[in-house]
Ligand binder design. Structure first.
Ligand code: EZ4
Ligand code: CO
Length: 402
């Protein structure tokens, strides 16, 4: 079998997605997600100009060899653009292998390690009471785990809070929007939200929170300690992790579990974090971390150090990544939790998928391969719509982490 064509499909049903389709001489094809939020066209060019031509004529069965060819063969290693492109190729190859062998991808990854996959939902509100209501609404929908993000008194707009009734979508049309931030106001407010949530809903629900890279290690340590009475499932991205050793400070001070890694690209971004047991959950999605082949190695390495998976699953990850993640989550022993943000209804005009949600858990389905498809004709009706993630400043104007 040979790859005869590699097509990059850019479409915007509600938001932008980049999808790679690999077609073989036997008619079997596979698809992969190459969406890099706010930098989509860079991955399109990387794929079209530098990756697709090299794939023609290759045997799609040799997934590991093709992965290494694209990683080592480029000489220039790592980075979000390169690794997103490699991830898309890798997902498409696993999809093809599953279709050729007529079996779902989870079967190729060692089979089922569990029956169902716990997912967490996003609840957010403009203020504390609104957020409490939204958490309740998601618990009523059956979710066993809910992430709570709230508007903060004195801060005009913050990460994770939706403007209208739709799901939170940070990328906005036009040039990057600028928002303003106060760590002091945030740290003073947040424990009161989780106190109120425990008072209202008791000890059972798994509660999560995303700090979105806005704290220093010692600030994260304070937050972790303040939240200990409310036993969160995790705090996410408490600190940016370019300096992996920074997490030692957080870890020394708090028993609140720590999750990080949605912006990581390879194992080398997490090697110290994992081997020193500085985190509890690794969040790198298959789309950012070079696909199934590389993230399988990361998960297996993490397993040695009691670190579990908790993959990123926001709306900028397409149904292809969601499906691939569910196959992966079902198969690895050290699965922890999966993020789940439903896509907009209109996306269903372009993508079809087999995964399902029921009572707080998801299932990848048993279709051969990943069980996802893209309707290219429908996709062409939704042209690329440039959008950027916001830029964040402190109240005095200092450029800060968004
Ligand atoms: O800001 O996916 O946990 N989820 C997140 C997301 C990210 C977006 C960036 O593209 O942090 O909301
Ligand atoms: Co996050």
């Amino acid at each position: 079998m040979k790859i005869t064509e590699a097509r990059v499909i850019v479409t915007s049903p509600g938001r932008n997605f980049v999808t790679l389709k690999l077609i073989t001489d036997e008619g079997v094809y596979g698809i992969g997600d190459a969406t890099l939020n706010g930098r989509e066209k860079a991955v399109v060019a990387y794929l079209e100009d530098h990756v697709c031509p090299c794939l023609i004529g290759k045997d799609p069965a040799n997934i590991e060899d093709i992965w290494q060819y694209l990683y080592k063969g480029a000489y220039w290693r790592r980075g979000p653009v390169t690794m997103s492109a490699i991830a898309a190729v890798d997902m498409a190859l696993w999809d093809i292998k599953g279709k050729v062998l007529n079996t779902p991808v989870y079967n190729l990854l060692g089979g089922k390690s569990r029956e169902k996959i716990m997912v967490y939902a996003h609840a957010n509100g403009k203020d504390l009471e609104h957020t409490v209501d939204e958490v309740g609404r998601h618990l009523e929908m059956g979710y066993k785990a809910v992430r709570a993000q709230s508007g903060i008194p004195g801060i005009a707009a913050t990460y994770g809070v939706a403007k209208g009734k739709e799901e939170y979508e940070p990328a906005e049309k036009g040039l990057p929007k600028e928002t303003f931030w106060s760590t002091e106001k945030y740290l003073n407010f947040l424990p009161s939200l989780f106190k109120r949530l425990r008072d209202e809903y008791g000890d059972d629900p798994n509660l999560l929170h995303d700090c979105h890279h806005r704290l220093t290690p010692i600030e994260a340590a304070r937050l972790g300690k303040d939240l200990e009475p409310y036993h969160l499932f995790w705090i996410e991205d408490a600190v940016t992790a370019e300096l992996q050793e920074g997490f030692r400070v957080v870890r020394q001070h708090t028993t609140t579990p720590l999750a990080v890694g949605e912006v990581f690209n390879t194992i080398w971004d997490a090697q110290t974090l994992i081997s020193e047991q500085l985190i509890d959950y690794i969040r790198t999605s298959l789309a950012r971390g070079g696909g199934i082949s590389h993230m399988k190695k990361v998960a297996n390495f993490a397993e040695l150090y009691h670190v579990r998976t908790g993959f990123h699953g926001a709306t900028d990850l397409s149904p292809v990544t969601m499906a691939a993640a569910l196959h992966f989550d079902l198969s690895v022993n050290n699965f922890g939790i999966q993020e789940h943000m439903p896509h907009q209804e209109i996306l269903n005009e372009v993508f079809s998928y087999n995964y399902t949600f029921e009572d707080g858990f998801m299932y990848p389905g048993d279709a051969p391969g990943l069980g996802v498809d893209i309707d290219e004709e429908a996709a062409s009706k939704f042209p690329y719509d440039p959008a950027y993630l916001p830029v964040n400043r402190k109240e005095d104007g200092t450029l800060f982490n968004w």
